[in-house]
Design a protein around this ligand. Structure first.
Ligand SMILES: Nc1ncnc2c1ncn2[C@@H]1O[C@H](COP(=O)(O)OP(=O)(O)O)[C@@H](O)[C@H]1O
Ligand SMILES: [Mg+2]
Length: 258
């Protein structure tokens, strides 16, 4: 159990009317850890991410991030604390280039005025140059630097997923939340993704919380795993422990745990 967690979630609940999408979920993640969040479809995983990142209202509980209270704070405030996420359904601007997708995400880090931007003030030009440099560095990390000028929509599916991750990275997070990043990927793309996730943790010192349906991926990269079922946390442990947990096996009845 985490002693000094960077993410400390206590009794988080999200109810939509009578539907208890997430109920009393507590979890802690230490700085530098790579943690999995799994559960059958409809278990409340995405809702949990939405609640932490300010995209849906908590009906109960508290979220602390490096000691800062994020409970029901606006999404832009949460992002500025160093928490970024990707989406289960790819949310790229498809008519923009790869680079433009990143520059848009970067803009929330900029603090020159609109007038400064129009008049091309020294400060705005400096920040634009930094944005370009930062965006190109991030594209290099995910291996898309050679495709900076291509349309996002022209990328193969696996690369669109990588671009989603790049877009999260450009806000310079310390905690990255990935919502089913391997969904729809072929085995080759999944292997590349696993390598990228490992690199983000080891070389870029990111703390990562990963929702994933692909058990091979979860088991091969995650140090600990939390399991949700019908909005309730039913298990926590190593891959080995989770695989053998009777509650988890029952929750996945009818689905294969590879
Ligand atoms: N905005 C919403 N309004 C009403 N119900 C929702 C909303 N978002 C999610 N739900 C419901 O909450 C439950 C959990 O959904 P979700 O978090 O997407 O599950 P998962 O990501 O684990 O598949 C589902 O029953 C879903 O239909
Ligand atoms: Mg989901």
């Amino acid at each position: 159990m985490a002693t000094n967690p960077c993410l400390d979630v206590n009794a988080l609940s999200v109810h939509f009317g009578g539907l208890k999408a997430v109920s009393d979920v507590s979890l802690q993640i230490n700085t530098g850890e790579l943690i999995g969040l799994i559960g059958p479809n409809g278990a409340g995983k995405t809702t949990f991410f939405n609640a932490i990142t300010g995209l849906c209202h908590l009906t109960g509980g508290q979220v602390l991030f490096n000691g800062v209270n994020l409970t029901n704070k606006p999404a832009h405030f949460i992002c500025r604390q160093g928490l970024a996420r990707t989406f289960q359904n790819i949310r790229l601007f498809k008519s923009l280039t790869v680079l433009e997708n990143l520059l848009i995400a970067y803009h929330q880090n900029m603090n020159y005025s609109i007038l400064g931007g129009i008049l091309k003030s020294k400060k705005s030009l400096k920040q634009e140059a930094e944005a370009l440099q930062q965006a190109m560095e991030v594209l290099k990390i995910v291996g898309l630097d050679c495709k900076a000028q291509e349309n996002a929509v022209s990328l193969p599916y696996g690369e669109q997923r990588k671009l989603e991750i790049a877009r999260a990275l450009v806000t310079k997070p310390s905690l990255l939340l990935l919502d089913e990043p391997a969904a729809g990927m072929n085995p080759n793309e999944t292997n590349e993704l696993i390598e990228l996730i490992h690199r983000l943790q080891s070389d870029f010192k990111l703390t990562i919380l990963l929702i994933e349906h692909d058990m091979n991926l979860v088991m091969s990269v995650c140090e600990r795993i939390y399991v949700l079922d019908y909005g309730i946390l039913i298990a926590e442990g190593t891959g080995e422990e989770i695989r053998e947990n009777p509650k988890v096996i029952e929750a996945y009845l009818g689905e294969e745990i590879k």
